[in-house]
Write a protein that binds this ligand. Sequence first.
Ligand code: BES
Ligand code: MN
Ligand code: MN
Length: 455
Amino acid sequence: MNTHISYIEANRQRMLDELLELLRIPSVSADPKYKDEVKRTAEWVAEALRKAGVSHVEICPTNGHPIVYAEHIVSNDVPTVLCYGHYDVQPPDPLDLWTSPPFEPVIKDGKIYARGSADDKGQFYMHIKAFETMKNTTGIPCNIKFLIEGEEEVGSDNLYTFVKTNAQKLKADVVLISDTHMIANDIPSIEYGLRGLSYMEVELTGPNKDLHSGLFGGAVDNPINVLCKMIASLKDENNRITIPGFYDKVVELSTQERAFINQAPFNHQEYCKALEIADTNGEKGYTVLEQTSIRPTLDVNGIWGGYTGEGAKTVLPSKAYAKISMRLVPNQDPQEISELFEKHFISIAPKTVKVKVSYHHGGYPAVTPIDSAGFQAANKAMEATFGKKPIPTRGGGSIPIVALFERELGIKSVLMGFGLESDAIHSPNEHYGVFNYFKGIETIPLFHQYFAELA
Ligand code: BES
Ligand code: MN
Ligand code: MN
């Protein structure tokens, strides 16, 4: 362990500079105009794996962005760890809210500011630097495979196909992922669950064209007004989702497990203060920790229509749109939930509008048993480097491929993330602590060592 630390110390500046170089490539998967940059990122990652000493590295083309796959097999007698991450990033907008350009990383107050710094470039790159550290010091204790994709932020469609068609190649005893967060730098924690997702889009059409709101307003139903009413009705006064059947398959946790979840430190006042909100407003009967992890939700991600430009235009719009996503918990099925949503949404529309509902992407929820060898290895590794036992937490975010690893390959994932909730992932001024980056590089080799012992 000390050998690792001295190696990391001696190579600290270079390890940081390399990450900054990676952060300079704008690998926005959602926007076709970045296609070449995304490809360039895959090539950069492949080269970084080769330079770190991984014996076999390949770039696998897909119908979308390429997947980087690599493996380093040391022996048939040791377990295999599959490290998954994503090199694609969220779009950086709104650009005017960034204090420095999103693809020109700067370090301020010990934090690296750039799109993708925490989600997930800074986190998956720790695995490559941890590999390099082990390779050049104590050696590689497990067989290690790397699967780094370029489409996580857009639903991982092509990775689904890749995993299904490459089950043998991806065979492993555990999946290790750093793409989540911990409670605080001095309160390490490990997520043992992720929520699933159903992402929908709706389109309402009222009159056949935009109308003068003075000549027609008052008589003709306005699709934006209608949409707002319909959306408002999707939750009741207790903030429960009103879609019939929505909760049918939701696993209600035991009193013990709920108590366990609520052991994690949480301060409601500080939570509200950091967000500059007067109060929270979630599902009645559950704590915020529960509302954001073990309970399903429904949120409008965007809503538009009519005139949104400068100044005022008096118009009764023909169309209204919204993007609506639902976070799912065990045992909800994204396909079924999408169908329930569609059926319900159409049923509540008045006859004055036409409704179209479409499905973007989704993913199943996933839970990892905390008594598994993988979770225990992560637990021991973090305890060693933080000097404190990590707290197991249930997370609220989604990494859609995690459930597929389980269903298709039969492998559970360990979510050993080093980010913080305050890293502003997906937001302007995303950042990742320099402390967190190096803590990850220091901890990951211990995971492999302990996993080799425990598995
Ligand atoms: N890394 C995040 C998910 C995450 C962050 C989980 C923090 C737990 C804690 C991932 O990149 C992400 O943003 N996932 C998307 C889903 C995807 C289908 C767009 C999400 O959760 O919205
Ligand atoms: Mn991520
Ligand atoms: Mn993300």
